[in-house]
Design a binder for this molecule. Structure first.
Ligand code: AMP
Ligand code: MG
Ligand code: MG
Length: 306
């Protein structure tokens, strides 16, 4: 028997780890003491849930794959975590899939994993819990190719909480019901807590028929996957690589596109700057991403560049 490709193992461990991080996020909320601190500015919060979920994810991935570079939003993490936070089992359902040819030979040291342990922290502190996601993005040669999005407060039809959405280029996606938004409309999703005049101008440039303001890059891409919106636009340097790596990989495995506002893919190599300086533009499959990017006024691109 040949060994399971590293790509499949890293994705399978990420799937189980994201769900474990989700239980930590629910536990912190249930205990009620969020331990909020402000990071760089008033628009950037961190809670006990962000810190603990990150420790769980970084320690679990790093213990099993010591040569993979793992970069998390909340900085360096102690790998000496409580035993109950260490995930060692790879997801068996995922491992029943065949590894796409292009990932068969990728070595451990060629992976970079971008972790946002809790995307949508503003919404988490405000009780808008469906907006919250755990994001684990897998990059190879600078490209976002695999992604796991765990939604800890998604209500299943049987009453259970939480669901895992995944995507891998060449294999496809899982964990959600794909839907296409209504034809003849342009429903656009954008930030609800980090708007600026520039963000609004870019939104207006797409002439939306409806605007959906929700929190988190993960939850906005879920709007595209589930047919609630056609596009996601954010003309701001506020998102970082860990916000977009997993959503980009899932959306692109689904056939959509996520780039900066100029239509250029971000690099997810370990040596890049973390800020997505040129904003975010994402579209569903079947919509011309280039046509939409062309609607963004040049002045907006210039402002982001400067
Ligand atoms: P949003 O669409 O506003 O929910 O933002 C998506 C992600 O980018 C979240 O993780 C935010 O924390 C982050 N983000 C966006 N804008 C900013 C900002 N101005 N300062 C800090 N983080 C931001
Ligand atoms: Mg985030
Ligand atoms: Mg976060």
């Amino acid at each position: 028997m040949t060994a399971t490709p590293q790509m499949m193992r890293i994705m399978a461990l990420s799937i189980n780890t994201a769900a474990r991080a989700g239980t930590i996020i629910r536990d912190v909320m249930q205990r009620g003491n969020l331990g909020i601190v402000e990071k760089e500015g008033k628009d950037d919060l961190q809670t006990e849930a962000d810190r603990s979920a990150q420790q769980c994810i970084i320690a679990s991935l790093s213990r099993k794959f010591p040569n993979v570079r793992v970069i998390g939003e909340e900085g360096d993490s102690n790998l000496d975590v409580k035993a109950e936070w260490l995930v060692t089992e790879e997801n068996n359902d995922f491992l029943t899939n065949c590894c796409p040819q292009e990932w068969l030979e990728v070595k451990e040291e060629e992976f970079v994993v971008w972790v946002d342990p809790l995307d949508g922290t503003s919404e988490y502190t405000q009780g808008l819990l469906e907006h919250v996601t755990v994001l684990i993005g897998v990059a190879v040669k600078g490209r976002a190719v695999g992604g796991v999005i765990y939604q800890p407060y998604y209500k299943q039809s049987n009453g259970d909480l939480g669901r895992t959405i995944w995507g891998l280029i060449g294999l496809g996606t899982g964990g959600f019901e794909p839907k296409t938004p209504p034809k003849g409309q342009m429903i656009v999703t954008t930030t609800r807590s980090h708007s600026t005049p520039l963000v609004q101008q870019a939104l207006d440039a797409l002439s939306p028929t409806e605007v959906i303001k929700v929190g988190g890059a993960g939850y906005k891409v879920i709007q595209l996957l589930e047919g609630k919106a056609h596009a996601y636009i954010f003309a701001s340097p506020g998102c970082k690589r860990w916000d977009t790596c997993a959503p980009e990989a899932v959306l692109e495995a689904y056939g959509g596109t996520l780039t900066d506002l100029a239509g250029v893919h971000y690099s997810y190599s370990s040596d890049v700057e973390y800020k997505n300086r040129m904003g975010v533009l994402a579209t569903i499959p079947g919509l011309s991403h280039a046509d939409l990017a062309a609607k963004v006024p040049y002045k907006i691109i210039e402002t982001l560049k400067s």
